[in-house]
Design a binder for this molecule. Structure first.
Ligand code: SF4
Length: 303
């Protein structure tokens, strides 16, 4: 369906002093064949806006070109909440305020800007809202102090977080320091940095899932629908991570891991208050099918 175009030219803010807006209106109506073209001395005011709104409501116009000030200003004033396309032509800053008033070149410049604005409006299609399942889980890459802090702040704001750290422990290089530079007056004593507490809080936060010794392999999709592949070097998982995927209680997962560990099929590694488990499929060499299943359980949990 052809668009119903309307051009609205503001003569305020010295635009009419620099540009012959009557001639500009002729460019719109005669050359560009725009059916509706109006001028107003204060287009962003109540009266000027209602001029445009009336045309939209009446259905005379569905695509609006506004020749006035910069599109960086008066954004709310020219938001008609109508689903219509609004193209802004900057006649104020780009023409009237920066070029010789009433000069032939200034008029030609204004006409060119108007032609470009009308063309843009004609070629612009309304945006379709994104459809599909939008994920609000936030991926934080890097478990140094900055990453851990970001993960905690995000989790506290109510979002689930996946925190990926390439090293086996969180905290980054700051975790290797006992004390840090003084950050409070009188700045004479090195101070405890609080990194272990920060790491511990993040590790046990119910909204944060941590992948240690892990790297991002692939990121696909688009904002809100990203599909991220994470590779864990060791295949290590905490009981908590395994419980999330196993569909059984945490004590049940712990009990089974204990049995598998005693059988030499699973290895554990302590990291602070957390224990990380990794499969030892070589222990199942005589039973390759079973080894495959055990390995795939941990692999699934690590995805
Ligand atoms: S601020 Fe923009 S819309 Fe308002 S009078 Fe000035 S040029 Fe016109």
């Amino acid at each position: 369906m052809p668009k119903k175009l309307g051009v609205y030219l503001c003569t305020g803010c010295s635009i009419a002093d620099a540009v012959d807006t009557a001639e500009l209106a002729k460019v719109a109506t005669r050359e560009l064949k725009v059916p509706v073209c109006r001028t107003h001395p204060f287009l962003c005011g109540t009266e000027g806006r209602s001029l445009i709104q009336q045309d939209l409501t009446a259905g005379a116009v569905d695509t609006v070109v506004i020749g006035a000030c910069s599109p960086r200003v008066k954004i709310d004033a020219f938001d008609f909440n109508h689903g219509s396309i609004v193209a802004r032509v900057n006649l104020r800053e780009h023409v009237a305020w920066s070029h010789k008033p009433k000069d032939e070149d200034t008029g030609m410049l204004a006409a060119d800007y108007l032609r470009m604005g009308v063309t843009r409006a004609l070629k612009t299609a309304p945006l379709e809202p994104a459809s599909g399942d939008i994920s609000s889980t936030v991926l934080v890459v890097g478990g140094g102090v900055t990453g851990v802090t970001a993960a905690l702040e995000t989790a506290e704001a109510g979002y689930d977080v996946v925190l990926v750290e390439k090293e086996p422990v969180l905290g980054g290089s700051a975790a290797t320091l006992k004390k840090q530079f003084p950050a409070v007056p009188p700045y004479t004593e090195a101070q405890v940095d609080g990194v272990p507490e920060l790491v511990q809080t993040a590790s046990y936060h119910p909204r944060i899932r941590v992948f240690h010794s892990a790297q991002i392999v692939k990121t696909e999709g688009q904002p809100g629908m990203f599909d991220v592949t994470i590779r864990t070097e060791s295949g290590e998982q905490t009981v908590r991570a395994l419980t999330d995927r196993a569909g059984v209680s945490q004590p049940a997962v712990s009990k089974h891991l204990g049995v598998l560990k005693n059988a030499g099929l699973v290895r554990d590694r302590r990291d602070g208050r957390q224990t990380h488990y990794s499969s030892q499929p070589q222990g199942l060499a005589p039973l390759p099918g079973q080894a495959l299943r055990t390995k795939s359980l941990l692999a699934r949990a690590s995805r």
